[in-house]
Write a protein that binds this ligand. Structure first.
Ligand SMILES: [Fe+2]
Length: 370
């Protein structure tokens, strides 16, 4: 059996890191700023019926959902539907029109994805509070600037959508029949140019609304970024679910996680409609994925359902699955933070923010089924 052995090695080093952290700073220092009433993040005793591991998993997921909400809110203000369900902003007509080249329903989908994320963190935090455990709260890190484009609110943000380096390897990862990231396999990006620079996914100001191919390149970048974000959630929930102890907490993860997959599949489909073009302002190329040197099963744009691939052991028959689903590598909480950091989402954020987020992620990944 060809199992990946990385997991146990990584978990051991994480555990010893946490032990050291506890010895040096005490439990309170680890969740600094997030645990308002000083409840220890790694208490020995279960709190309010939640094991410490389950609380850590839920608290990280809530933080991740808060971050998703922050970025989706920015997309919705400029390119979605602003209403009582998702308020804020007044829309950017030319950006919205460029998004609608990918699908006429893009504003509705952006609105609904935003509302889903709001409901995810609101529910998880309410559940934590009901168990007597502190919720996640990142409010003091809302320091990043808003877009100056007409339609955006001028408020502090947690995430940066204006300097993204989008990894589109999810495209080939879900089309491969022989590879799986849980085996250490790597995948080429669909849009190589998006990995070679920093690109806006929303107009930074009204100056970004022209020329036409520039605002279309920004909308295309958003289209591929939507799927990047949601494929992360698609792997995060099943990865962490394997570490949950309580049946009710497991039910929460198994009920929220697949909605991330619904988002991913929708965005995967829409990204395939992004028109081939070159941004005249920076040379960013969106190639025709159905033509050479792309084309074929690894790139064709109507292949939006997962190809069966290797799972658990290469000796088993190929199976259609979510990938990765292992904590080690890119599937777990630490892997998610790493991928979002490399994406440029946190450019401009303080070192303290990254430290707090990584501590929450380490704690979630360190959880074990009781
Ligand atoms: Fe979510």
């Amino acid at each position: 059996m060809e199992h990946n052995t990385q997991q146990s090695k990584d978990s051991t080093s994480r555990r010893s890191f946490l032990r050291k952290g506890l010895a040096v700073g005490g439990a309170g220092a680890i969740g600094a700023g997030l645990l308002a009433n000083g409840l220890p993040a790694f208490a020995e005793v279960a709190s309010g019926g939640l094991t410490p591991g389950d609380a850590a998993i839920l608290r990280f997921l809530s933080a991740a959902e808060i971050l998703e909400t922050d970025l989706w809110q920015q997309y919705n203000e400029l390119g979605g539907i602003q209403d009582s369900e998702v308020s804020g902003g007044s829309g950017s007509k030319l950006y919205t029109q460029a998004l609608q080249v990918l699908d006429g329903d893009m504003p509705q989908y952006i609105h609904d994805n935003t509302e889903d994320e709001i409901s995810h963190f609101t529910f998880i935090n309410a559940y934590l509070v009901s168990k007597g455990v502190d919720p996640a709260n990142l409010d003091r890190f809302r320091t990043l600037p808003s877009s100056k484009a007409t339609g955006a609110q001028q408020i502090g943000r947690l995430t940066n959508l204006m300097q993204l380096t989008v990894d589109t390897s999810y495209w080939t990862k879900y089309r491969s029949r022989t590879k799986n990231p849980d085996f250490g396999d790597t995948f080429p990006p669909a849009i190589p140019g998006l990995l070679q620079g920093q690109f806006p996914a929303i107009p930074r100001s009204d100056a970004d609304l022209h020329p036409k191919d520039h605002i279309q390149a920004i909308a295309n970048t958003a289209g591929f970024h939507f799927a990047f974000i949601e494929q992360g959630g698609t792997s995060l929930y099943p990865s962490l679910a394997q570490r949950v102890t309580g049946p009710e907490v497991l039910r929460i993860l198994l009920s929220i996680g697949p909605t991330e997959t619904m988002h991913f599949q929708t965005w995967h489909d829409k990204a395939g409609n992004a028109p081939a073009l070159t941004d005249p302002t920076n040379g960013l190329v969106f190639p025709d994925l159905n033509a050479a040197p792309f084309g074929g099963e690894d790139f064709q744009t109507n292949l939006i359902m997962p190809e069966p691939t290797v799972f658990l052991s290469r000796t088993f028959p190929a199976v259609s699955i979510i990938r990765p689903t292992q904590i080690a590598g890119s599937g777990g909480a630490v892997g998610t933070v790493k991928a979002w950091t490399a994406d440029g989402l946190f450019i401009g954020q303080s070192r303290e923010f990254l430290a707090v987020l990584n501590q929450l992620a380490e704690a979630a990944d360190a959880a074990r089924r009781g």
